[in-house]
Write a protein that binds this ligand. Structure first.
Ligand SMILES: Nc1ncnc2c1ncn2[C@@H]1O[C@H](COP(=O)(O)OP(=O)(O)OP(=O)(O)O)[C@@H](O)[C@H]1O
Length: 222
């Protein structure tokens, strides 16, 4: 079943510092939306406001045309979220985490048997390399049944082979989900997205081709 997520009028200030001004967009099942922006432009803040873990000055969220309070997003399991910082307990084994995260055997097997996981499934979380950890975390968030997922820097620290695996995973996941990805690895993001925007000076700028990233000062050249 297809779903529609509509975000409108997202505003955020920290004290007198205005971070986001009237950001609106929509995402439906099948979409992969890329969100770009220089350091400090408000990408993570926007995702946290949608997820309900950062209070917004204003935001309206609609799921399938129904207005949803941000604090309903987690309990109603509408959006899965990969935060920028690692969220898994370091002393637990990878196998244990997979069992904890995935509530049935089929879902567990999807993560266990995802390419590359057998290399580290016997280790503890704290023994993983940064790239292995990021890959595992994204697999776990992707295994959720939530109709939408938001991924904050999923490509960070990933070696090229894992990046390709992750892109393949996201290209499959969007058959049943809408996905938001924010990452500075813009080549990887642009490889998989069907729509993109840039946050600049608090505003949203549509990005339809790589050159728009140059023209709007996110990168200096192609
Ligand atoms: N809790 C906070 N209190 C005060 N200022 C904050 C807080 N969280 C974020 N900021 C500020 O808000 C701005 C946007 O931060 P945010 O983390 O959303 O940016 P970002 O685009 O995700 O950056 P990056 O690419 O570096 O991850 C930054 O100037 C940051 O310093």
């Amino acid at each position: 079943m297809d779903h529609l997520l509509e975000i409108s009028g997202a505003y955020k200030s920290f004290g007198k510092k205005r971070i986001l001004e009237n950001i609106s967009f929509e995402l439906k099942t099948g979409d992969i939306l890329g969100v770009f922006g220089r350091n400090g432009s408000g990408k993570s803040s926007l995702l946290k406001m949608i997820f309900g873990t950062l209070p917004a000055n204003h935001i309206q969220i609609k799921f399938d045309s129904e207005i949803i309070e941000a604090n309903e997003i987690i309990p109603r399991q509408l959006i899965g979220y990969l935060p920028q910082d690692s969220f898994l307990p370091k002393s637990t084994k990878v196998r244990g985490i997979i069992a904890l995260f995935c509530d049935d055997e089929e879902k567990q097997n999807k993560v266990f048997y995802a390419p590359g996981v057998s290399k580290f499934d016997h280790l503890k979380i704290g023994q993983l390399s940064m790239g292995q950890l990021r890959y595992l975390e994204t697999l776990l968030v992707g295994s959720l049944e939530h109709p939408f997922i938001m991924l904050d820097e999923p490509f960070s620290m990933l070696e090229p082979l894992y990046k390709e695996l992750l892109k393949e995973l996201l290209r499959n996941l969007n058959q049943t989900k809408g996905i938001i990805v924010t990452d500075h690895y813009y080549h990887d993001v642009l490889d998989i997205t069907n729509a993109n925007f840039l946050l600049k000076d608090g505003h949203k700028i549509e990005i339809s081709e790589k050159m728009d990233l140059v023209n709007n000062g996110y990168i200096s050249s192609l």
